[in-house]
Design a protein around this ligand. Structure first.
Ligand SMILES: [Zn+2]
Length: 357
């Protein structure tokens, strides 16, 4: 009897652990079944998940909530990865996307999803889908948009931003207490630290005279007071921070708004990948969390530039940049993802149109 009970359990474990790499990304959308555009967008996210699964060795499901909704005019999509605090290999606690923690078999407080993506439902005329007639000069390829957004969702993301208290617009910090929302700025607040993402942990200053790891700046910023210190309100916290760390927090705003200042240094590499800091007005949605538009838009690394080119398809760009394997994920991007902690497939398949039926 014991054996009979035991056997199905083993089978169940074997079956459930065999997640096909093609099915790793589980896309749940709010699409009305009658809404053709929304359903085509959802299909492109499914395909983008397959491309990522061809580039990485993934073993745990990644849950994506796709919300089709009106966004600002200049936005096609925006992505929020669910983040949790975890010890980095250098023993610093950083914010990790749950999509990555799952692959590393690390337990965390779960959320409903790992990645939330919003796609602008007001921009339908700008969307081109594989299989449509020729792309127009005002259109973007949704297959590229979907891939771009999912890459943000699995960890290509920074937390450097202006303080939540909007009175302070002259400096940047990593995320206070690791939380997107620390509540009413007038309420008392306990300082638990400024938290970088795992991505931020590999940021370097690449201007002259010397290369510096930005995490050293974070370390200094975090020393402004002891963890556990209570402040009357957020204003008091930020004022104390400025008193002792003004140079560092203001320096980071300068870096983030000066072209060719920041890079991402992959593990084992001497060459930093240049990040986009060309916008003189810091914009959380585009500054730092992209590769340099000017340096990479016509290279194999075009995917994570801040502005997606109109009038050209993902497949055309792959061909124009040398037909490198990876389906739009270039070698530098693969090494960034490997540095974050993903296991890389060193030989991703050559590009085919099989994902774009
Ligand atoms: Zn982006």
């Amino acid at each position: 009897m014991r054996c009979l009970n035991f056997l199905p359990l083993i089978l169940l474990i074997i079956l459930s652990s065999k997640v096909l790499s093609q099915d790793i990304f589980d896309i749940e959308s709010n699409c009305d079944p009658q809404d053709q555009v929304c359903n085509k967008i959802e299909q492109e996210f499914v395909n983008a998940g397959k491309i990522i699964s061809n580039n990485l060795i993934l073993n745990a499901k990644i849950l994506v909530e796709l919300i089709y909704e009106p966004l600002d005019d200049d936005t096609f999509g925006q992505t929020t990865p669910v983040l949790r605090i975890h010890d980095s290999p250098d023993t610093v606690q950083r914010l990790y996307p749950t999509a990555l923690l799952k692959q590393l078999n690390i337990t965390f407080e779960p959320d409903f999803v790992d990645i939330q993506v919003s796609i602008n439902s007001n921009a339908n005329n700008s969307y081109w889908f594989p299989g449509d007639p020729d792309i127009q000069s005002t259109q973007i390829d949704v297959s590229e948009l979907a891939l771009h957004e999912l890459i943000h969702g699995i960890g290509f993301t920074s937390t450097w931003d202006f303080p939540e208290d909007q009175k302070f617009i002259n400096f940047l910090t990593p995320r206070l207490n690791g939380l997107e929302d620390n509540g009413d700025p007038e309420d008392p607040i306990i300082f638990d630290g400024f938290f970088e993402t795992v991505f931020d942990g590999f940021l370097v200053y690449i201007g002259s005279p010397t290369r510096n790891f930005i995490t050293n700046i974070t370390n200094s910023i975090n020393s402004f007071t002891a963890k556990g210190t209570e402040f009357d309100n957020m204003d008091a916290l930020n004022s104390k921070l400025l008193e002792t760390q003004q140079q560092n927090v203001e320096l980071m705003l300068t870096y983030a708004t000066t072209k060719s200042s920041l890079g991402f240094l992959p593990t084992g590499s001497q060459d930093a990948i240049i990040l986009d800091t060309s916008n003189p007005e810091f914009d959380f949605a585009s500054s730092i969390s992209h590769v340099s538009q000017d340096d990479y838009e016509n290279t194999t690394e075009f995917l994570m530039t801040p502005h997606q080119k109109e009038g050209v398809t993902l497949q055309a760009q792959i061909q124009q940049t040398g037909n490198t394997p990876g389906g739009g994920i270039g070698p530098n991007l693969r090494s960034i993802l490997g540095t974050l902690g993903y296991t890389i497939n060193p030989n991703p398949p050559n590009n085919t149109n099989s994902n774009f039926q």
